[in-house]
Design a protein around this ligand. Sequence first.
Ligand code: SF4
Ligand code: SF4
Length: 469
Amino acid sequence: MSQEERFDKESFRDSISTVDEQGKRIWVYPKKQLGKYFNKRSVIAYSLLILMFVGPFIKINGEPMILMNIVERKFVLFGQIFWPADIFIFAIGMIAFVVLVIVFTVVFGRLFCGWVCPQTIFMEMVFRRIEYWIDGDWKQQKKLDDSPWNANKIKKRALKWSIFWLISFVIANTLLAYIIGVDELFKIITDSPLNHLGSLSALVIFTTIFFAVFAWFREQVCTTVCPYGRLQGVLLDKNSVIVAYDYERGEGRGKFRKNEDRTAVDKGDCIDCNQCVNVCPTGIDIRNGTQLECINCTLCMDACNYMMENVGLEKDLIRYDSEEGIKTKKPWKLTFRAKSYIVLMLAIVGFLGFLIFTRSPIEATILRVKGTSYQKITEDQYANIFVATIMNKTNESHTVHMDILSDNASIEIIGGDFSLKEGEQVKKEIIVKMDADLIEGSKTKVEIGILSDNKIVEKETVDFFGPGF
Ligand code: SF4
Ligand code: SF4
């Protein structure tokens, strides 16, 4: 192959498939395609949609299943409340998430994009389905777009855009319910709009954004905006699982002729029917190889299998495989790199789980009062003053008591035992007293227990300063 030919063959990589040489958008009209993979994706997509829409109504221990209240800095995950004090768990959760994304992509390519990404699910399983229902399949859609505005076009556009707007509004409300909680959302809905102008403006803005994304911006979110899509180039390797065209089997492509012996005329199994291109929602030709636009939606796999079945050739000419698998025809297996990532991921997730499950409902920090050392109370008793910062991380009130666990001192809370409301944090001065004969040098360790309902919920060790400090 000459250099010119090689450059020519790779020229599709110079630009994205949905923009022409003048920089104008090429609108994609993907052909409607059903099939085995589409059916499986539908089951997962609609299950996730149900989960998303009923999620705000599910309560665990009286708290929403998921709440991301950034304004009040309150986060709930499966009934467990996380406060700003839990920021380190959040940070580890974020690291775990990033590592998970990397591991997953290294091993399984863009499986996430095709099967669980909200953008793909809403675009392909909700908005695109409505479009097929109102405007018809790809050719009718194109014809309608090209036609002048007439009664039929106005009617169809009005219907489609009204439904798109309504669904976008429902999505915006659902997201708001995940932020402020469903009870607050109902208050906003049932109260006078004048009392909630801020929330209503946010709802309208987000509805407009969703509408614009699904009615107009569409696949460009995946091909030009999504940072995950941009990462593919560095994360994928030749062993990653991708939607791949078996060029070894498919080339040289050539039209199908009944009763023709394709091997005798040097033809591969690709019958050049273009169906894989016609159904592609990002407008690419998967036969060119791995491309950043490919969201692994599997529609080309269904389309090609359908054609192969019809012409009596073996299925899976386009399939889940790795570049190495296609080249060597060897079955796919985990590489050392992928195994190492998975071990790292399990370690981080395990550590995260440990932190969450051993998280104390009451968090305490006890620090010496600034600038103090010790006071002599009597001839044989000394005292140290500390400040305890106690936070209730649960969704119920607790009465807090403190005790010395190390049996070498006594404790007095200024103001006595106290009560903490949900999410409340207080600072209390405490006096720790120790008999002279129990003091060990200049610093003696004292273990203080924080008790709630007679149960030790937190332990803190402090240094008791004695004479000689
Ligand atoms: S190439 Fe195939 S899997 Fe990739 S986006 Fe197009 S139809 Fe979907
Ligand atoms: S659908 Fe299959 S047979 Fe048809 S052009 Fe694509 S790869 Fe070739």
